[in-house]
Design a protein around this ligand. Structure first.
Ligand code: SF4
Length: 342
């Protein structure tokens, strides 16, 4: 396995949330929200890692931490051997080129008054990559072609309103590609798109990872949609990774009850693999009031009394498979044992 492009270690993001009226009247301090609570993972060149979980689990906050768009409360992010906090200005600028975010909404990501060629060329000008107009045009056309918008000469003169939703998301991806990134963080890249074109965009990200050796972190609530495109899965619940590993291994033998519940509602054409859907009771708890013990216990269909007091760490179950549940593996039942790195 090649050296990881990205190593995230023990990431934490804590925020102060608004006080309720009762808390204010009683002069209680603002509650602290642990949006991301000590997670670790790595991504290798050419690998697609899917960060999966319900809304509010901390996956988007994690994406923002990875790109330095939010400050870390604790932990570290390392790119190709360089830790984010150690970087000087020149290195931070290089990181801004090397790691690109693809946002959920292609409608909002594009300036409606600019032509596609100018939108895609803008990062080149911002980062002073080239001041030669011919070189810029060649790079823009190459990025358009890489993103599947060919012939590039046709698309570069269009305005965003002249494109379909899928073509707009391809323009967003092309703008990220002009800077030749080593890492793409794609936050719900297809959730705003028509179901019929989602596979095209996911295929494009998969192809960019495989052919260009770009590391891709795909953030999604939709395990069913991304499972076919990701090499590895990291399932998040209330700010923690509860299961991580090789996609095929997890799909074939999910160990954490939360992963099992997510997979039980994934449609399949294989009657042998069809399961009774597990409907989890209740909503994801408020992150400012994380349950004691295993934070999943109020919703877990197989919880036992010990789950109310023991906070399970990740336990290694195989060469690339870890899960955090006291009922799995033979590791210690308490503490946080796994590093979850490839
Ligand atoms: Fe469920 Fe207990 Fe395992 Fe948590 S530790 S996932 S509550 S069985």
């Amino acid at each position: 396995m090649s050296e990881p492009v990205l190593v995230a270690r023990d990431l934490e993001a804590r925020f102060l949330s608004h006080r309720s009226l009762v808390d204010t009247l009683r002069r209680r301090p603002s509650p602290s929200v642990r949006a991301v609570d000590g997670i670790s993972f790595s991504v290798a060149p050419g690998e697609v890692l899917a960060l999966v979980g319900e809304s509010g689990c901390g996956k988007t906050t994690t994406g923002n931490l990875l790109l330095g768009l939010l400050p870390l409360s604790a932990g570290s992010v390392r790119y190709e051997g360089q830790t984010l906090v150690d970087m000087d200005k020149r290195q931070v600028a290089a990181l801004r080129r090397a790691a690109q975010m693809i946002f959920q909404d292609p409608y909002e990501s594009l300036n409606p008054r600019m032509r596609v060629g100018d939108i895609i060329g803008e990062p080149l000008r911002v980062h002073h990559v080239t001041d030669n107009p011919d070189d810029e045009r060649a790079r823009v056309r190459h990025a358009l072609t890489q993103a599947g918008l060919a012939p590039a000469e046709v698309y570069e003169n269009r305005f965003p309103f002249e494109l379909s939703g899928g073509q707009r998301q391809r323009v967003v991806i092309a703008a990220a590609l002009t800077l030749e990134p080593r890492l793409l963080v794609a936050d719900e890249p297809v959730s705003m798109l028509d179901v019929s074109i989602r596979a095209d965009i996911l295929n494009l990200l998969r192809r960019l990872a495989t052919e260009e050796r770009i590391a891709v972190v795909m953030i999604t609530h939709d395990l069913a949609t991304v499972a076919a495109y990701a090499d590895r899965l990291a399932v998040m619940y209330l700010g923690r990774i509860v299961e991580i590993g090789d996609t095929k291994t997890i799909l074939a033998d999910p160990q954490h009850p939360y992963t099992r519940a997510l997979l039980s509602v994934v449609p399949t054409t294989d009657p042998a693999a069809r399961q009774r859907p597990q409907v989890l009771s209740g909503e994801t708890p408020d992150p400012s009031r994380i349950p004691s013990g295993c934070r999943f216990h109020p919703r877990c269909p197989v919880a036992i009394d010990a789950c109310k007091t023991i906070d399970p760490g990740l336990v290694t179950l195989g060469p690339d498979h870890e899960a955090a549940c006291i009922l799995v593996g033979s590791g210690p039942v308490g503490g946080r044992t796994g590093t979850a790195e490839a």
